[in-house]
Design a protein around this ligand. Structure first.
Ligand code: ADP
Ligand code: ASP
Ligand code: MG
Length: 432
């Protein structure tokens, strides 16, 4: 019998009926003889609603208080789920992140897990109970305060617990049938991927495919935790995220033991609406200026993503530097930069939160020429203007106007022949 960690996202536990449905699924796994640890997210859009509520009180809430507020969401779902499971005659006990031994650093709002000490969880499963753990939260040892892991962080809790407990698999239950070639909410003709490597999943998650949180995939890769993404609403087989790409038996020699590992050229198209763009206008074109600008941005606690420096205009000796960052970091980065405007000597700052980012991901693209040309051609045909471009070995990303993003995603998905006949099912959630 296996030790299974199951994670249920917010849309899978959106109301009392859903909680009972999920409880049934969990108790069936337990009755089949497996040891089951469950990580649960806050019900439906609770986290967003709590954030909205805080903003009605104050525009920039203290991050420590924000974390205490947000962890309440997962406390509600964990206790209700434990009640529902007990009701079905299976013992279950719920634990906060702190009680479950999830230790993090002290960065409120985006804390990193530094250790998992799941003694109480182990004890609970050894006694034959299901352990329910509140996702997305931990405790920092420096101050004993509760922390949150950043949006989507319950995925990370699940993988970290699976690694800490040596679980056989980490199942991520959500509102679609697995990882698709694009977000099924935007591209209904997206194809479900049966198996994807950590490397490609990392790029998809980093590019905004919120089906799995980025840190969850980083953690899974580091500790070699097999992650199985599937729907809590259906029995469909889902997507396996592992180290091994699809194994294709050589058709010419089907009896040979040797298999040909074939990486798809393109595994998917991801999109991200959560970033903003800052342009620092009229920057003195002298050594050290970029370093000073990005030191200030880093000092403000903002993570940056893409950077573009326009060609220096020799006659003015000035240049523009644009970069993207999470939308919520836009105001702090702008304030910090404005404070050093005279010292650095640039002219002005522009903050633009109406941008979208499209990324094309595929391990096979490094050995196939023409992928960029095809991508840009598809965007041209769809009438989409490209504002920034960045690439990695297995990814090409472009920034567009946010209004054009959905059309751009569909056009690129079609251009790379990723469409399928069957319409992808979205079982729940609001897409928020
Ligand atoms: P949960 O509440 O279960 O954590 P999320 O909303 O965080 O669910 O993630 C699931 C959603 O991710 C899906 O409903 C879908 O809209 C979105 N998504 C984005 N990109 C993809 C993709 N490539 N494949 C599947 N779903 C995706
Ligand atoms: N409830 C948190 C969020 O909405 C964590 C999660 O669902 O993974 O981001
Ligand atoms: Mg999620």
């Amino acid at each position: 019998m296996a030790l299974i960690v199951q994670k249920y996202g917010g849309s899978s536990v959106a109301d009392a009926e859903s909680i009972k449905r999920v409880a049934k699924r969990i108790s069936e796994a337990r009755k089949a003889g497996h040891d089951v640890v469950v990580v649960v997210s806050a019900m439906g859009d609770t986290t967003d609603e709590l954030i909205d509520l805080a903003r009605q009180i104050t525009p920039i809430p203290p991050s420590r208080e924000m974390d205490i507020l947000l962890t309440a969401g997962e406390r509600i779902s964990m206790s209700l789920l434990a009640m529902a499971i007990n009701n079905l005659g299976v013992k279950a006990k719920s634990f906060t992140g702190q009680q479950a031994g999830v230790i993090t650093d002290a960065v409120h709002g985006k804390a990193r897990i530094v250790d998992v000490v799941p003694g109480r969880i182990r004890e609970t499963i050894e006694k034959g109970s299901v352990a329910i753990v509140a996702g997305f939260q931990g405790v920092t040892q420096s101050t004993n305060d509760v922390t949150t892991l950043g949006r989507g962080g319950s995925d990370t809790t699940a993988v970290a617990l699976a690694a800490g407990l040596g679980a056989d698999v980490c199942e991520i239950y959500t509102d679609v049938d697995g990882v698709f070639t694009a977000d099924p909410r935007i591209v209904p003709s997206a194809r479900k991927i049966d198996r994807i490597t950590y490397e490609e999943m990392l790029e998809m998650a980093a590019s905004g495919a919120k089906i799995l949180a980025l840190r969850c995939v980083e953690y899974a890769r580091r500790y070699d935790v097999p992650v199985h993404v599937r729907s809590s609403f259906s029995g469909a087989p889902g997507t396996l995220v592992t180290n091994t790409p699809v194994a294709v038996v050589d058709a010419a020699a089907p009896n040979e033991e040797e298999v040909v590992m074939e990486a798809p050229i393109i595994s998917g198209v991801a999109h991200d609406r959560s970033e903003a763009k800052i342009t620092v206008v009229g920057v003195p074109d002298v050594p050290g200026t970029a370093a000073r600008i990005f030191e200030v941005v880093a000092g403000a606690g903002a993570n940056i993503d893409m950077i573009v420096q326009n060609i220096s205009v020799a006659s003015t000796g000035r240049t523009d530097i644009s970069f993207t960052l999470p939308e919520e970091d836009g105001p702090i980065a702008t304030t910090a930069l404005n404070a050093v405007r005279e010292a650095i000597g640039f002219e002005s700052i522009q903050l633009d939160d109406q941008i979208g980012k499209l990324s094309l991901i595929g391990a096979g693209m490094k050995s196939h020429p023409g992928v960029s040309a095809k991508l840009f051609g598809a965007l041209r045909d769809a009438g989409v203007n490209i504002e920034m471009i960045s690439t990695s070995e297995i990814r090409i990303s472009v920034v567009t106007r946010e209004d054009n993003l959905d059309a751009a995603v569909r056009a690129v998905h079609t251009a790379f022949e990723l469409d399928t006949e069957a319409e992808a099912v979205v079982y729940g959630g609001t897409g928020r």
